[in-house]
Design a protein around this ligand. Structure first.
Ligand SMILES: [Fe+2]
Length: 229
């Protein structure tokens, strides 16, 4: 069972995404007309593949895939550095596990490209570069071996997860709308993994690291008081 606290911290975006996906799924259920053309149960628009690939929405979807292909590879490079910088074994293990998951997500994205007849291609994503940079700054700005560093690293990692949750949530919804069913299924698997990682990070933070980081502050204050005596 998730605590209310956990939900408040980690799932607001995830819940919104699920709702958006549900809505999109409901709105794009396919029907096949007598002439064999696919259409949408909520209207008569034709979303057949040929028509789709010419459209601006498909191009936007494809761009989003390229963005995430770049982002996942960038995250793959960052995770070992975050693992090395982490103080606790719990957080080191979490970063290592997520490295394995991210490797699978890169391969899964390649399957998504293939499922729509496109070659995998990365497009520079400034957002993820910025978020990862923030994590690197945290390593520079916090003291090695402290709980404060772990508490801050978890928040940095969750910023990455929330960016991914928002991006994959949108891509799933677009894939559903464009009736790219295989792509939607694959992207949805990744979305669920990102949501799970986000919740795991919240658990690690709230079960001990945040409290131990707060104790660290108290210890420092006590040391300062002792010095003044
Ligand atoms: Fe990822």
């Amino acid at each position: 069972m998730e605590s209310d606290k956990t939900k408040a911290v980690g799932t607001s975006t995830a819940e919104a995404t699920k709702t958006a996906v549900k809505k999109s799924t409901a709105g794009s259920r396919t029907t096949t007309s007598q002439n064999g053309m696919t259409g949408n149960s909520s209207g008569n628009r034709d979303y057949s593949q040929e028509a789709t690939k010419e459209g601006a929405l498909y191009k936007f979807f494809l761009d989003g895939l390229k963005d995430m292909y770049f982002a996942e590879k960038h995250i793959l490079e960052a995770l070992p550095k975050m693992k090395e910088a982490a103080t606790t074994e719990d957080l080191q293990d979490a970063f290592e596990d997520h490295h394995l998951v991210t490797q699978k997500q890169v391969s899964r994205l390649e399957k998504v490209f293939k499922s729509i007849g496109e070659s995998p291609e990365a497009k520079k994503c400034d957002a993820i570069i910025g978020i990862v940079k923030e994590g690197e700054n945290i390593i520079k700005e916090t003291e090695e071996g402290t709980m404060t560093r772990d508490a801050a690293l978890i928040i940095a990692a969750q910023k990455v997860e929330h960016y991914e949750i928002a991006s994959y949530g949108g891509l799933v919804a677009l894939a559903e709308t464009l009736q790219l069913d295989r792509a939607a299924d694959l992207l949805h698997q990744t979305l669920e993994e990102e949501e799970e990682t986000d919740l795991d990070l919240t658990d690690i933070a709230e079960s001990s690291i945040n409290f131990r980081a707060a104790d660290e502050e108290d210890d420092e204050e006590e040391d300062e008081d002792d010095d003044m005596d």
